[in-house]
Design a binder for this molecule. Structure first.
Ligand SMILES: NC(=O)c1ccc[n+]([C@@H]2O[C@H](COP(=O)([O-])OP(=O)(O)OC[C@H]3O[C@@H](n4cnc5c(N)ncnc54)[C@H](OP(=O)(O)O)[C@@H]3O)[C@@H](O)[C@H]2O)c1
Length: 322
């Protein structure tokens, strides 16, 4: 099976590419910068130029492809309208997939998306979900919560840098998951018919509140976090305020997304069934405690090496001065 991975340079996309190559798939990656995607070529993937904001580049990338895994999403710093990436380009991708006779199509959406229809990013995701449902394609839509990898810039780095961490006043439970586990399950699902034309959640095995994650980071790193709590009403005000200016639309939509992640959502029992079908033991899913422990150990080791280098350089300078 020849796979086309879209969004392959991203947090999830790169894990999907790596897993697919390890499993022996032929992998093509639609990328808008060959330089940025060099590592994917080194792993063994084929790079194809494409930009979701350039409609004509989409159908050409499907040549010789039998399955599509779409891991793309608009980058927070992209200036153009997210509607172009999240909606218009994805409509073109689906139309092209139908014409090209694509056999499997995987799309990633947001966990419990149907509960947050008023959030623009989610609305666009839901429109794509609907388009896939009526497409006749053999699609699988996976609903994802937050990623382990997202917790590093959100909590771990601010603790190490002694920066403030912003959390919302309403604490909620999120079943974070490692993107490596998502990639493993998505690739395994390609050959299983029960996943065809289905919408399924992929979540981690434990739910966390923001403060629990912060406490965990503090325990492992031995450092104190500086926390600022923002009330949800203020977040709403900021969201509406930034909407007054067109150039800040994407900021307001990102804020809305944070708000959504701060609303209550729970682990779905369907996950157990998915693991059963994929023959994956729940214990195989990485635990957040282990992930963060390994992260902080690596960082602390690096910091020690840097401090050692700085102090031995200073020693050499001092010795040279006397
Ligand atoms: N992150 C989360 O916590 C989370 C939670 C729930 C669901 N999801 C969903 O999971 C999926 C993967 O998310 P992620 O966090 O891994 O995304 P990400 O790291 O932000 O990566 C986005 C990818 O999309 C590509 N892309 C953006 N604009 C493009 C364009 N115009 N043309 C071609 N490629 C373009 C980026 O390419 P460049 O490298 O060239 O920018 C990058 O490879 C998305 O569908 C997202 O909505 C994520």
């Amino acid at each position: 099976m020849s796979l086309l991975v879209i969004g392959s340079t991203g947090t999830l996309g790169r894990q999907v590419v790596r897993k697919a190559l390890n499993e022996g798939f032929q992998v093509k990656c639609l990328v808008r910068s060959f330089r940025k995607a060099t590592f994917l070529k080194e792993w063994g993937a084929e790079l194809i130029y494409g930009d979701l904001s350039i409609a004509e580049s989409i159908p050409l990338s499907l040549y010789g492809v039998s399955a599509i895994i779409d891991c793309s999403t608009s980058r927070a710093n992209d200036l153009y309208n997210i509607e172009l990436i999240e909606l218009q380009s994805k409509y073109i991708l689906i139309e092209s997939a139908i014409k090209a006779g694509i056999k499997r199509y995987i799309f990633f959406s947001i966990f419990n998306s149907f509960n947050y229809k008023d959030i623009p990013l989610v609305t666009l995701k839901l429109m794509i979900e609907y388009r896939l449902k009526v497409s006749g394609l053999n699609y699988t839509i996976f609903h994802l919560p937050g990623f382990f990898q997202g917790l590093i810039p959100q909590y771990a780095l601010p603790i190490l840098d002694e920066q403030f961490i912003w959390i919302t006043s309403e604490s909620s439970l999120i079943s974070y998951i490692n993107t490596q586990d998502i990639a493993k399950m998505a690739i395994s699902s390609l050959s299983i018919s029960q996943f065809n034309q289905n919408i399924l959640p992929l979540v981690g095995n434990k739910s966390w509140r923001s403060l629990d994650v912060i406490n965990l980071c503090e325990q492992i790193s031995g450092r104190r976090a500086q926390i600022n709590t923002i009330p949800v009403y203020l977040l709403n005000f900021l969201k509406n305020f930034t909407k007054l200016f067109q150039w800040t639309w994407s900021i307001s939509e990102r804020l809305a997304f944070i708000e959504m992640l701060s609303s209550s959502y729970n682990t779905n029992a369907q996950m157990k069934e998915i693991l059963y079908i994929l023959q994956i033991d729940e214990k195989e899913l990485e635990q957040l405690e282990v992930y963060l422990q390994e992260y902080f150990e690596r960082i602390m080791k690096k910091l020690k090496e840097i401090n050692y280098q700085i102090s031995s350089n200073e020693k050499n300078v001092n010795q040279a001065e006397f």
